[in-house]
Design a binder for this molecule. Structure first.
Ligand SMILES: [Zn+2]
Length: 201
């Protein structure tokens, strides 16, 4: 899937998730921004598709670990077990951190997982470079996925739909949240329209 679509899905996922998290307005905004950042590009599982990472992969003999090695595109970094282990580790350690850090981490987790789900559907295989379709079920092997075309019409449509979902999720987040910004904004607009209108009330 293309980075822009990944990020839109990350944003939409965080705003939908916000319906179930009890974050304040600023927390939702931070979480959504974090999810956007960590769902696409070099700050997402696709770090393994960057030139520097690939150069490192060429240097390191990770192939010795078998099954092509953990490095490489859509391998260890695209394994569902990493975020799962992170959550388990967090629950075990129960670190005390500022609440803002929690918002960022929640967003990172949502964005990262949204990326993996999207690649499960739109992770195209490429036999030429030994890239199976989908994402690994085991740490870096046994890939599963639908292998739908990345950059295709359906993928682009999903990316577009994500924008609509994100807006809908933001607007329906909570009566308190919508009142926080839409309410006063709307009231001001109506008041100004009345003041400027050709028909003073
Ligand atoms: Zn990916």
């Amino acid at each position: 899937m293309e980075t822009s679509s990944h990020r839109r899905l990350g944003l939409a996922s965080a705003l939908v998730a916000a319906h179930y998290l009890s974050f304040p307005v600023v927390g939702v905004a931070v979480c959504a921004a974090s999810s956007w950042l960590f769902s696409g590009g070099a700050t997402s599982p696709d770090l393994d598709n960057q030139a520097k990472y690939k150069a490192l992969d060429k240097l390191l003999p990770d192939e010795w670990l078998g099954r092509g090695g953990p490095l490489g595109h859509r391998r260890l970094l695209h394994w569902w077990g990493l975020p799962a282990l992170a959550v388990i580790g967090w629950q075990q350690a129960q670190p005390v951190v500022p609440v803002a850090v929690l918002w960022v981490l929640a967003g990172a987790l949502i964005g990262w997982c949204a990326h993996l789900v999207a690649d499960l559907v739109f992770g195209q295989g490429n036999g030429r470079v030994g890239l199976p379709r989908g994402v690994p079920l085991m740490p870096w092997w046994m890939h599963v996925g639908f292998g739908l075309k990345s950059g295709g019409a359906l993928q682009k449509a999903v990316g577009q739909a994500a924008v609509g979902i994100a807006i809908w999720a933001a607007l329906t987040l909570a009566p308190a949240l919508s009142q926080y910004w839409a309410g006063p904004l709307l009231a001001r607009f109506v008041a100004q329209s009345a003041a400027w209108g050709p028909f003073p009330g």
